[in-house]
Design a binder for this molecule. Structure first.
Ligand SMILES: [Zn+2]
Length: 91
């Protein structure tokens, strides 16, 4: 017997609707489609979180570098920086 996915979906309105897809994956005695299978959802979420954490780690590192560079350059005047060899200021 083919079972439908047991996920309840809310598409507006007040009552949930049962997913119309065929339940192919079993989890804790209930069948789910590949989209609503809880372990699959957790795996997709973990992958997405990892990607965002990497992105935010890069952004944090870049922000730290900018803040540090700003602190290091604060003790020099603009003239000193312009006179320094290899330093270009874009104003
Ligand atoms: Zn489903």
């Amino acid at each position: 017997m083919i079972e439908r996915c047991c996920a309840e979906l809310f598409k507006g309105g007040f009552r949930p609707h049962q997913c119309h897809k065929i339940g192919r994956l079993e989890h804790m005695g209930r069948f789910y489609c590949t989209l609503h299978h809880p372990p699959s959802i957790a795996a997709r979420r973990a992958l997405r979180d990892k990607k965002w954490q990497e992105k935010y780690a890069k952004a944090r590192e870049e922000f730290k570098r900018e803040a540090l560079a700003e602190k290091l350059l604060a003790k020099y005047s603009t003239e000193e920086l312009e006179a320094a060899k290899g330093v270009e200021l874009i104003l």
